[in-house]
Design a protein around this ligand. Structure first.
Ligand code: PEP
Ligand code: MN
Length: 338
């Protein structure tokens, strides 16, 4: 339930309303806007008489909301959330490009890719140290050594870094990581999400392979309910009957999630497509549809990449794509303003 207050509500009346609700076991999520304050009521609101609330002097309107996610819900928080990763903003009105290899391989590899993507406009470096592979016989990532190499690339380029965590026990190793990625396979690892709710770092939460929008938002809610509200959602392709592509990029996720939530949305065209040739057109479509950013796999030698080479684009392709995306983003942004 959402209670929309009148402008400049009487503080004594507001305090008494809040304590009356709290006595009923309801938690209050207060959002103070420029003109209006909104109270999000979290808990069992079934016993609350809407007419009684609406009749109060300080109340403008009361709405029941059906969605089970509260903190991630745009109804509670009408303004867009801007997530800061180091000094970089996601959702702040600029397109944020995140780029780098699927996996960290060697110091030379991660540093050279980091330098080239930074030159081409990437603001955050990606790279996996813990890799969730379908086969136990595939390369599993360099683990702590990978994180060490990633930190060297961060020092050399100044780019903040994002990398995937697979288990809460790995958290001590993530001290110098700027943004923690929860992979598609872990989107519903609720124990991990609860731990990340207590962490003071932004989270890149990827949509599960067959997860609905509501399931994705409920996973965000797990993290947010623990206190960490710095979450960026990532659509990375979902399972469909189509087998030509690795997954099917769900472009609808962008406008739908923009409507349902205030959290920023980033698109991963690489894991959606599974094929490098599809990455530029999918990236363009995502930016035109309103994505706040993209996370793209870039490799200097895709044919010999240790993981996901077929979907990795070369640095020179990323460079020309980045220029094109800036034009699309600026065009679509100015159209949205009109
Ligand atoms: C990745 O980003 O390296 C990755 C494994 O992605 P996903 O979890 O979306 O498959
Ligand atoms: Mn990958």
């Amino acid at each position: 339930m959402v209670v929309i207050l009148k402008e400049n509500p009487n503080q004594a009346q507001l305090d008494s309303l809040i304590s009356w609700l709290q006595d009923k076991g309801i938690a209050i999520h207060e959002t103070v806007g420029v003109h209006q304050t909104i109270l999000g009521l979290v808990g069992d609101t079934s016993s609350i008489d809407i007419d009684l609330l609406t009749a109060l002097d300080i109340v403008e309107d009361v709405r029941r909301i059906q969605e089970p996610y509260k903190k991630a819900n745009r109804k509670f928080h009408p303004d867009n959330t801007v997530v800061k990763v180091g000094d970089v903003e996601i959702g702040g009105g600029e397109l944020t490009l995140i780029a780098g290899p699927c996996s960290i391989e060697t110091e030379e590899q991660i540093c050279s890719i980091a330098k080239s993507v930074r030159k081409s406009g990437a603001k955050i470096l990606r790279g996996g140290a813990f890799k969730p592979r379908t086969s136990p016989y595939s390369f599993q990532g360099l683990r702590d050594e990978g994180l060490r190499l990633m930190e060297i690339a961060k020092e050399e380029t100044g780019l903040p870094i994002v990398t995937e965590i697979m288990d809460a026990s790995q958290l001590p190793l993530f001290e110098n990581v700027d943004m923690i990625q929860v992979g598609a396979r872990n989107m519903q690892n609720f124990e991990l999400l609860k731990v990340l709710g207590k962490v003071d770092k932004p989270i890149l939460l990827k949509r599960g392979l067959s997860a609905t929008y509501e399931e994705l938002l409920m996973s965000a809610e797990y993290i947010m309910s623990g206190g960490n509200e710095n979450i960026v959602l990532c659509e990375r392709g979902i399972r469909t009957f189509e087998t030509y592509t690795r997954n099917t990029l769900d472009i609808s996720a962008i406008p739908v999630l923009k409507k349902l939530t205030h959290l920023p949305i980033v698109i991963d065209p690489s894991h959606s497509a599974g094929k490098s040739a599809l990455v530029p057109p999918l990236s363009c479509a995502a930016v035109a549809a309103g994505a706040d950013g993209l996370i793209i796999e870039v490799h200097n030698d895709p044919a010999h990449a240790w993981c996901d080479g077929p979907q990795s684009i070369k640095p020179e392709v990323f460079d020309s794509l980045s220029k094109k995306l800036t034009v699309i983003f600026d065009t679509c942004k100015s159209e949205a303003v009109k």
